[in-house]
Ligand binder design. Sequence first.
Ligand code: NZQ
Ligand code: ZN
Length: 389
Amino acid sequence: MLGNFKYCNPTKLYFGDESLNYLSDELKNYGKNIVLIYGGGSIKKNGIYDEVINILKKNNKNITEISGVMPNPTVEKLYEGIEIARSANADLLLAVGGGSVIDYAKAVAVSIYCNEDPWDKYFIKFDEPDCKIVPVGCVLTMVGTGSEMNAGSVITNPKQKLKIGHVFQSEEVMPRFAILNPIYTLTLPEYQMVAGIYDIFSHICEQYFSGEDDNTSDYISEGLMRSLIHSSLIAKKNPNDYEARSNIMWTATWALNTLIAKGKSTDWMVHMLGQAVGAITNATHGMTLSAVSLPYYRYIMKYGLNKFVRFAKNVWNIDDTNKSKEEVATEGLNAMEAWMNELGLIMNISKLGATKEMIEDLVNATIILEGGYKLLNKEEIKEIFIKSL
Ligand code: NZQ
Ligand code: ZN
């Protein structure tokens, strides 16, 4: 392991089909004023809303609601939520939903007592909060982002055509507790389930395809990828398979709670490309990643060849007998492509609404990050978007 690092993850997890029972224990740690945050209504249809409300009432809490948090939450919605949470004098923000709802709750949490414009401060200047941060807890209903155990928050500004994620340094931004009941994910439409599965896979890849040293984190990543590939194919055939869905849920959390990034560099370019697509088209997050991944990885393969060979052998079981490194690495990416097709992922940005005319905007919306095997320039980014069309 190279480098020096700190590792601390303060989020307390409750996992399993009875995990909501622990909500009452957690609520005792907070004041009376609970702001319940949720999305467009799925939790009302599947009964999770009623279950949570009953527990809040039994604990004599005052309940204020912020509803209608949309996928890819917007800055306008953020401003609205800050006002509601401020008026409610929130003691706890309880997010019940997927990554969008949890990310949104974190953005509200750092903004309630902030005197500056939160978009400028946190998402343009990437400042850290210097005010009180209201605690966030969550009940997860959609699997993929890892937001339940990290300090990331992604907000979209449609007017500025920007979708920006801030991974806060402060541990106080991370959910204090997260309730992970795999049963809650069974009502997800298949499109969202597979988008989430690819989001998880991409998170692992983006921490795996970097560095040259022998690093424990990469071995953990390979194990997570193998488990995910296995469970995803079972879940695709039978979405009600509890074993597969629970494994996917657990893998998602470990894929992005910073563990597998420890002691190494990371390459978040697929997310930067995908977020640009999301900013312009408002498409589902995981699908924006699947649509740009292969053109990106095929482009950088030659710069990180040894790692792509390792990926082919250790993740996809490619036999390397009498083959060149290029052949093995290529077969690995081909196997990944076959798996993606089997899941029914979106493989082109044109299927998400992107057009040739949007390429310029897409390039401008892409933040270029270091850490991978090849630092891209704008021309290369343009090429990758054209290949993704
Ligand atoms: O809004 P409702 O009605 O609840 O419907 C949601 C939404 O339409 C639905 N859904 C969620 N749980 C459901 C359900 N439908 C039926 N049954 C259930 N149990 O699913 C749709 C998508 O939900 P959303 O929360 O948007 O999905 P996801 O969890 O993929 O979150 C995406 C957001 O997270 C950000 C993305 O950029 C995007 O904005 N990310 C956050 C990260 C982080 N915090 O670290 C990292 C990720 O890479 C990602 O960028
Ligand atoms: Zn993601």
